[in-house]
Write a protein that binds this ligand. Structure first.
Ligand code: A3P
Length: 288
């Protein structure tokens, strides 16, 4: 049992940070969706902030207008209705599994982008995040954390169950699954793919510019500059979905898991997750 384990509680069998209260989760159905909403879904530490930045830059250089809403499940119940005042199109980030998404998001058939990242890198990223985030339990040892990750006893539960919940439900053309590793390989190409999914039109040059502004280095530098200022700079727009965005930009690399997993841990990981991963077309595409 990790220190401060009371910082996590369970809702419908899924572990949530206690900052997301039962009351908040129960009030999700009060959310009023619109047809032009885009739900940005991810398991934590899969590149959510990166996608937010890409989307923001993409909309700005094409249609001009977009609102990045605060993460859905972090909304105070008394404020969830206030989201209706936000101008559209709205990008609504969430880590919710598919069965917990507000009813209207499904009935209005909103577009969904789901970000997938190699679970080994996701686990490593989450381990470091746990270390530094005072709102999450304290787990000092990597081996202890990996054990919790494999048992699904970390925030938002099992990585593969989360992915499967979305893969099985979202089979229509309104869902785009985006791989972190693909973005790393050729960001301008995927900026164009995201753009056509959203019905936007972007030139090759604009796609390259969006990619440049959304690069790890640029985003991290902007956050660093912000940290040095006493007052927030309104033109520094790297979006903070969490209370502390400096925790977000760690390495931004593919394959960092190799610096953390022992051969034995890798074998255990494969043995425990591989069967389920093989049952998922999406997960089995993730480079390992
Ligand atoms: P690491 O901890 O491996 O560095 P999320 O936004 O879902 O919390 O995910 C955070 C992870 O995405 C972190 O991974 C972070 O460094 C990475 N990330 C954020 N912006 C990125 C970018 N522009 N390019 C690549 N990775 C990025």
């Amino acid at each position: 049992m990790p220190e401060n384990s009371e910082l996590i509680h369970s809702y419908k069998g899924v572990p949530f940070p206690t900052r997301v209260s039962i009351n908040q989760l129960n009030s999700l159905d009060a959310f009023e969706a619109r047809e032009d909403d885009l739900l940005l879904v991810s398991y934590p530490k899969s590149g959510t902030h990166w996608l937010v930045e890409i989307l923001k830059n993409l909309y700005h250089c094409t249609s001009g207008q977009v609102t990045i809403a605060p993460p859905l499940e972090f909304q105070d119940p008394s404020k969830i209705c206030e989201l209706r005042n936000l101008p559209g199109p709205r990008v609504i980030p969430t880590h919710l599994p598919q069965n917990m998404v507000p009813r209207q998001v499904r009935s209005k058939d909103c577009k969904v982008i789901y970000v997938i990242r190699n679970p080994k890198d996701t686990a490593v990223s989450m381990f470091h995040y746990y270390q530094q985030n005072p709102h999450l339990p304290t787990v000092h040892k990597w081996s202890t954390f990996l054990d919790l990750f494999l048992k699904g006893e970390v925030v938002y539960g099992s990585w593969i169950d989360h992915l499967l919940s979305w893969e099985r439900a979202e089979t229509n053309e309104n869902t785009l699954f985006v791989y972190y590793e693909s973005l790393k390989k050729d960001l301008p190409k995927y900026v164009q793919e995201i753009s056509s999914f959203l019905g936007l039109s972007v030139t090759e040059e604009q796609a390259r510019e969006v990619a440049k502004r959304s690069s790890f280095r640029e985003m991290k530098e902007r956050v660093e500059r912000e940290k040095q200022r006493e007052r927030p700079d309104p033109t520094n727009t790297v979006c903070a979905l969490t209370s502390d965005r400096k925790l977000i930009f760690r390495k931004g690399a593919v394959g960092d898991w190799k610096n953390h997993f022992t051969a034995e841990q890798n074998a255990t990981f494969e043995a425990l997750l591989q069967d389920k991963i093989n049952s998922s077309e999406l997960a089995s595409c993730v480079d390992s």
